[in-house]
Structures are given as structure tokens and as C-alpha cells.
Design a protein around this ligand. Structure first.
Ligand code: SAM
Length: 284
């Protein structure tokens, strides 16, 4: 859709949207970059999209231009009048919710099968990602996540077993999803520029392994990585049934958590779920 929109810098000046550090505000103003981010999940024509933290609306514009039906949740009420301008131009295609994304139930802002796309505020980004990755029902209501993170967090999400970056976030992101870095983004692309580099991560759901539920997997990963430097025989000790599960899988108890593959975590969680009775069928 071709529309004539005022430059984002003008919108920011007109509404006095000076970036607030406490709200994780680092704005993207480069229209080409924003269009590239909006293109990552594929064709968005008439697709429902949920965007956290639209700010002055740079990414929101790109999503609307790509034909998406967008719902945004923004905590900073200063941004709402600027977003109302977009709402008027893209009549019926933008819904604006003022509030804290951490407190908004996903079902209220995203119809089944919609995509989540956001330049996330760094201070709540990981917490939101964990909420979306740990949905009990699988496949989840979202068809994909396209999310900007600080590069270090992005690296942890896609990390391979055996690397320093591999941890709880990697397991949660990879045991029933495919996660990749779709676009590295230089710090200078943001206004104001943050201290560190960023990257857009693209996550799509895959099948949930049989016999494992998310609560069991979370319990195992939290215990294992809670004491990262320790061997599993130590770190899993406080979690009832976890050592018996470890023995049942044949994984050596002197290994450290970051050396286990995703498949080994799944096997361990499956044995744990079986022992604790949290899963009785193959369905999550
Ligand atoms: N989407 C804009 C862009 O790409 O230029 C702004 C991105 S900025 C990194 C993060 C945005 O999230 C800010 O507009 C900030 O006010 C908003 N925000 C921060 N915490 C939030 C929360 N808990 N819920 C909803 N929005 C939040």
C-alpha cells in the first residue's frame, strides 16, 4: 500500500517523544530497514500481527504498508496521539492498546495464527519471549516471532549446545521451535544508539516432542542451568525425581548442562515427566 506519511523525525518532534531510557526506547527511523524487518515473516497481507512497543510507529508503518492487520500495545502514553494518526490513515487496520505488554493476555491482542513482530524494549524482551515460548498449548497461537534483541540475547536464543552462549533460553527456544538470526542490526541504526549491537531473531514453531510438557522441561532446565558451573549430579539434586530421571536416560551425571544437546534435554525432561506423572499422553 502506497501512502504519504510525514517523516518519523517530524512526528517525534511534533509529539515531543524524547526517548526514555527507563522504557527501553531506542527508535528505528530508517524506512528501508523497517521494511526489511517487516518482510522477514513473509507475506503479511491481511495477516493479524501483534507489535509490542510501537513507540512513534516506525515499524507499525512498515507492517501496515505490508498489508497487515496490526494490534499494538504501548506503555508510553505520549506515543498514543502519534499512533492515532496512523489509525486514521490505515482505517480499520490498526488497533491501539495502551498498557504493559507483560500484563496483556496474548489472546486479547492476537487471533490464532497471527504473527508477533517487534523491536522489543530491552528491559522486558526476554520475559516476553519466555512467555510466548512457554505456552502450554502447542502449536501456539502465534505463527512466528520476529523480534529485535540485543545481540548477546539473540546469540543465546540460537546458541548450539557446547557453546558458552548455550543455556536455558536456547533450550526453551529450540526444543519445539526453529530459531535463527534473520538480520544483524548495527547500533547506529537506532535513535539514540544503544551501547551494544542488536539482531532480529525469527522463530517458527515445530512439533512438540511426545511425552514432554513445558512445565517438566522448564523445571529441568531451571535446575540444570541454575548452577551452570556444577555437574548435573549436583545441580539436579534439589529437584525431586530429577536424578532418577538422569539415571534413566543414561546421561553421565558428571556432565555440565551446557554440554547436553537439545535432544538430551528432551530425553531428560521426558523421563522426568514420566516419573512425576505430569504427562500421560504424547500431547502437550
Ligand atoms: N517500535 C519502535 C521502533 O522500532 O522504533 C519503538 C521500539 S523501542 C525499542 C521499545 C518500545 O516499547 C518503546 O516505545 C517503549 O515505550 C515500549 N515499551 C517499553 N516497555 C513496554 C511494556 N512493558 N509494554 C509495552 N510497551 C513497552
Amino acid at each position: 500500500m502506497i501512502v504519504d506519511l510525514p517523516p518519523l523525525r517530524e512526528v517525534i518532534a511534533r509529539y515531543g517523544l524524547k526517548a526514555e531510557k527507563s522504557l527501553g526506547q531506542n527508535f528505528l527511523l530508517d524506512g528501508q530497514l523497517l521494511d526489511r524487518i517487516a518482510a522477514i515473516p513473509g507475506d503479511l497481507r491481511d495477516k493479524p500481527v501483534y507489535e509490542v512497543g510501537p513507540g512513534p510507529g516506525g515499524l507499525t508503518r512498515a507492517l501496515l504498508k505490508a498489508g497487515a492487520l496490526v494490534t499494538v500495545v504501548e506503555r508510553d502514553r505520549r506515543c498514543i496521539p502519534a499512533l492515532r494518526e496512523l489509525e486514521a490513515i490505515f482505517s480499520g487496520r490498526l488497533r491501539i492498546v495502551e498498557g504493559d505488554a507483560l500484563a496483556v493476555p496474548l489472546a486479547d491482542v492476537l487471533p490464532e495464527g497471527g504473527a508477533i513482530i517487534s523491536n522489543l524494549p530491552y528491559n522486558v524482551g526476554s520475559a516476553l519471549l519466555v512467555q510466548w515460548l512457554t505456552e502450554r498449548n502447542w502449536p501456539p497461537r502465534w505463527s512466528s516471532l520476529t523480534l529485535m534483541f540485543q545481540r548477546e540475547v539473540a546469540d543465546r536464543i540460537v546458541a548450539e549446545a557446547g557453546t558458552d552462549a548455550f543455556g536455558r533460553l536456547s533450550v526453551l527456544a529450540q526444543w519445539r521451535c526453529h530459531a535463527r538470526i534473520a538480520l544483524p542490526v548495527h547500533r547506529s541504526a537506532f535513535t539514540p544508539p544503544p551501547k551494544v549491537m542488536s539482531a532480529v531473531v525469527h522463530v517458527t514453531p515445530s512439533n512438540q516432542p511426545d511425552g514432554v510438557d513445558i512445565k517438566g522441561l522448564e523445571a529441568i532446565t531451571a535446575a540444570a542451568f541454575g548452577q551452570r558451573r556444577k555437574m548435573l549430579r549436583q545441580s539436579l539434586k534439589p529437584l525431586p525425581h530429577a536424578l532418577v530421571a538422569l539415571e534413566a536416560t543414561g546421561i553421565a551425571p558428571d556432565r555440565r548442562p551446557e554440554t547436553l544437546s537439545i535432544d538430551e534435554f528432551i530425553a531428560l525432561a521426558r523421563a522426568y515427566c514420566c516419573l512425576t506423572g505430569s504427562v500421560t499422553t504424547g500431547l502437550g
